[in-house]
Design a protein around this ligand. Structure first.
Ligand code: UD1
Ligand code: CA
Length: 439
């Protein structure tokens, strides 16, 4: 196993989520929480990541499948966080060097403090370096107990705290760097003499210290970094904080977000500068937006949407696996799914690409400069040629491709015949039959 290694604990059920899904797979800004922890470890320099799985193991493996640096260790029974780390031992046999131990339910952890901790651990050959945080409300966390000289003594779990210990504001966010193989001896000495009858990883630092190994606790984490998700309420808080980080980054990169509190942007979204996003818009999934685009208000850009520079998706428009080239626009009330719109295509209000016939999905190709009239329906698979016009209210049947420059109207759509001189054919019924001549 190539180091530095990150061990991420993710075997617990998360009972308080009241879910059939493993806790670490609940989503924050569009991605499972564990994804952020894996990415933070990588960002800090981890070369190998070991995820400890147990409850919902297959779901967690699936969510992280196909990533060569990610390995899995199975903890068969959830006997505590110390036991969970032990489950990684067979994978780490022979490994000498540092290992972060992190938890999968703290999605807001950032790479910078993890990298700082590693640098310090390596420089000072520390057997266990704990990242801690000072928080306004320590409820739920293990507390850091220090001696009168300020040296680390032990972690004490909330359930095992005296009232004086419960008042300690410095907490254990489960963000450790341990030197291996030294950790294994400490884990072998853990016992279950605590309120939960579990093997607590939190006892390992004090055990290392009693065997005269160097243990240091450093308050390097911010309260936001360590928000642990144990309930749906915590999940909503984590989403809000992550969302503010995402919009802050985008605004720094030159994107205008008119009302950041009422705009929901997936952490994976890429958006070019001078794009402006109006309120109540949702970008979910992998969405790529170029420069100078306009989005919303009330737009819903779903997975696989690509907007090239200067494209516009306006009010009550939903896109899914849709690519709008430069200058293409759908300004109001449209659905564009499995569709490719060439440059400067104009989609009118209420136009729909009917991409699903109840069994399979079909694609719609619209050539550059085409005009798709209001209220029209393009039944996929179908191609509309460059510069073509689909009249308002037309229904273009499946496979009835429209040639470049052609105009079609009606239901089902047929070519519009225009007599030389511009008048409509004589056999066409009057436009307003109820109104007599001269009305
Ligand atoms: C743990 C810490 C506590 C710390 C808090 C927040 C212990 C004993 N306590 O408490 O000091 O303040 O996290 O970081 O470590 N897990 C397993 N296998 C198990 C048990 C847990 O993989 O047998 C995983 C869970 O999936 C979770 C993580 O370990 O991702 C932490 O477990 P959890 O039960 O949430 O611990 P806390 O009670 O929050
Ligand atoms: Ca927790």
């Amino acid at each position: 196993m190539q180091g530095p290694v990150a061990i991420i604990l993710a075997a617990g059920h998360g009972k308080r989520m009241r879910s059939e899904k493993a806790k670490v797979l609940h989503e924050v800004c569009g991605q499972p929480m564990i994804r952020y922890v894996v990415d933070a470890a990588r960002g800090a320099g981890a070369k190998s990541v070991i995820v400890v799985v147990g409850f919902g193991a297959d779901q967690v493996r699936d969510a992280l499948a196909g990533e060569p640096d990610v390995h899995f260790a199975v903890q068969a029974r959830q006997l505590g966080t110390g036991d969970a780390v032990k489950a990684t031992r067979p994978l780490l046999e022979g490994y000498q060097g540092p290992a972060w131990v992190l938890v999968g339910d703290e999605p807001l952890i950032r790479p910078e403090p993890l990298a700082d901790l590693l640098a310090r651990q390596e420089a000072e050959h520390i057997a266990c370096l704990l990242g801690t945080a000072l928080v306004p409300d320590p409820t739920g966390f293990g507390r850091i107990v220090r001696d009168s000289a300020g040296r680390f003594q032990r972690i004490i779990e909330q359930r095992d705290c005296t009232p004086e210990q419960a008042a300690i504001a410095e907490v254990n966010p489960s963000c450790y760097v341990f030197e291996l193989p030294g950790l294994w001896d400490a884990l072998d000495r853990l016992d279950t003499g605590n309120a939960q009858g579990e093997y607590y990883l939190t006892d390992a630092p004090a055990l290392l210290q009693t065997s005269r190994r160097k243990v240091v606790a450093l308050s390097v984490l911010e309260p936001d970094d360590i928000l642990g998700v144990n309930t749906r309420q915590h999940l909503a808080q984590a989403n809000a904080i992550m969302q503010s980080r995402v919009v802050d980054r985008l605004m720094t990169e030159g994107v205008s977000i008119v009302d950041p509190h009422n705009t929901y942007i997936d952490a994976r979204a890429e958006i070019g500068h001078d794009t402006i996003i109006y309120p109540f818009s949702v970008l979910h999934g992998v969405v790529k937006v170029g420069k100078g685009c306009r989005i919303g208000p009330f737009a819903h850009l779903r997975d696989g949407t690509v907007l090239d520079d200067g494209a516009e998706v306006g009010a009550f428009v939903e896109t899914s696996r849709a690519h709008l080239e430069t200058g293409a626009m759908a300004r109001h009330l449209a659905y564009l799914g499995d569709a490719h719109l060439g440059a400067n295509v104009n989609v009118g209000a209420g136009a729909v690409t009917a991409n699903f016939d109840g069994k399979t999905k079909g694609r719609t190709e619209i050539g550059a400069g085409a005009f798709i009239g209001s209220g029209s329906v393009l039944i996929a698979p179908v191609t509309v040629g460059a510069g073509a016009t689909v009249g308002a209210g037309a229904v273009v049947p499946k496979g009835h491709d429209i040639a470049d420059g052609q105009t079609v109207v009606g239901v089902p759509a047929r070519p519009l015949e225009v007599r030389p001189g511009g008048s409509l054919p004589a056999d066409r019924p009057p436009r307003f039959p109820s109104l007599g001549p001269g009305a």
